[in-house]
Design a protein around this ligand. Structure first.
Ligand code: FAD
Length: 393
């Protein structure tokens, strides 16, 4: 038997490791387009950008585990009927294939090469060099990546302006009033935040002359460095014509056991995939670290003939402006929103917790996550009382 995994990020690496942990002893190839040893992405916008860590590679002995690493090798297309992966270094046969190609950052139309994205180790190293004390840095997008990049740039002594098209920060991820709460964090950190500000173009700078971000209202923000953090799309373009089913956002449409739709013997995991959530009754695309980690274990079990269901409580964290923001679960427009003190928000459906949002409240997060998992009915009065441990609600 030969298992080939395409994509050597968190999801791909963890699938390979989990396969070995779960007793798989046959051929195992892990293919990664980037030339670097596999690494973890969250530190890129934190310790690596800050200069506290040179890199964030996983400490894994691939040779010891019998994982054949094929780095700097890109999958170009897939012949699913013939069980052949076409790559830029020749074809690879497989018995079972795992798609773990992650997501690629979205660039602005006409974005100059001098503007920075923040997805890869190379991106982080290049951006870090531009974050010198006093540099004027414009960040386009006040989402998770934009907020973290602004945090670090400010810590490094840059003058930072964040430009966000939506009316509030984190608009794509949080209800407006929660995103709005973070506005004060920018002010306190000395970061200028412009919301409702759409970018019409980026003027590249040259030697001795700064670049600029132009807004549709005519404003111009001079910048020595421009960082674009406006989201990421599943990196699945190379699967065109393969028969692998994609959803309407371009993610591999996997089933609840993370088998890719439309083809046999192919699984999909991490940022490149979506899956139907039994817990939430809808298809989810989750671009967060924990999803890549948890999904990998399920894929490994199912590659080995298991029937494991992937039914996670999605979780993520973000470190911004000296605060730890954490979210577990998924909410919908009909769910009741309950404030538990100033820093925890709960979403409840039919008396049961479905999601929890916290700022610097790790206990609430941990206990809330367990309650979401268990589906227990809550005493809502107790749940709203920050003096009562959430687990007792
Ligand atoms: P990726 O990590 O994107 O890995 C996919 C790999 O596949 C890439 O290395 C890519 O080069 C390779 N690849 C793509 N196409 C091909 C191909 N055709 N052939 C071969 N290889 C290919 N999540 C959190 O929960 N909290 C955080 O604080 C957080 N911080 C983050 C900070 C940054 C800067 C970034 C970019 C992400 C952050 N995330 C965070 C998200 C988290 O890192 C991702 O959800 C996670 O990396 C997804 O893992 P993955 O393996 O699915 O995809």
């Amino acid at each position: 038997m030969a298992v080939v995994i395409v994509g050597a990020g968190m999801a791909g690496v963890q699938t390979a490791v989990a396969l070995r942990q779960q007793g798989y002893t046959d051929g195992l190839t892990l293919l990664g387009a980037e030339p670097h040893p596999p690494y973890d992405r969250p530190p890129l916008s934190k310790d690596v950008l800050l200069g506290k860590a040179a890199d964030s590679r996983f400490e894994i002995d691939y040779a010891e585990l019998g994982i054949e690493l094929a780095l700097g090798r890109r999958a170009l297309s897939l012949d699913a009927d013939g069980h052949q992966l076409r790559t830029d270094a020749g074809d690879l046969s497989y018995d079972q294939l795992v798609l773990a190609t992650g997501a690629a950052p979205i660039a602005l139309p006409g974005q100059p090469d001098s503007a920075f994205l923040l997805r890869t180790q190379d991106d982080a190293v290049a951006l870090k060099a531009a974050l010198t004390p006093g540099a004027r840095v414009a960040v386009v997008g006040a989402g998770w990546i934009g907020a973290e990049a602004a945090t670090v740039a400010r810590q490094l002594g840059c003058e930072v302006t964040v430009v966000e098209a939506a009316p509030s920060p984190l608009a794509g991820a949080l209800p407006t009033e929660l995103g709005e709460r973070t506005r004060a964090w920018y002010e306190q950190a000395g970061v200028r935040l412009l919301t409702g500000a759409a970018v019409s173009g980026i003027l590249p700078g040259g030697p001795g002359s700064p670049g600029a971000v132009h807004l549709t209202d005519g404003q111009e923000i001079e910048a020595d460095a421009v960082v674009v953090g406006i989201g990421a799309r599943p990196d699945t373009g190379w699967l065109d014509g393969s028969g692998v089913a994609l959803d309407d956002r371009g993610a591999v449409a996997a089933d609840e056991r993370l088998r890719a739709g439309g083809v046999a013997d192919v699984f999909a995991v991490g940022d490149c995939a979506s899956f139907p959530s039994r817990r939430y009754g809808r298809r989810l695309t989750v671009h967060h670290w924990d999803n890549a980690m948890q999904g990998a274990r399920v894929v490994a079990a199912n590659l080995l003939g298991g029937e494991s269901l992937y039914n996670p409580v999605p979780y993520f964290w973000s470190e911004q402006f000296g605060r730890m923001v954490q979210v577990a679960g998924v909410w919908g427009g009909d769910d009741e929103q309950i404030a538990r003190g100033d820093d925890t928000v709960l979403w409840v459906r039919d008396g049961r917790l479905v999601a929890v949002f916290t700022v610097d409240r790790p206990r609430d997060l941990a206990q809330g996550r367990k309650l979401v998992e268990s589906g227990a009915v809550l005493d809502l009065a107790k749940a709203a009382d920050a003096a009562v441990p959430l687990r007792s609600a």
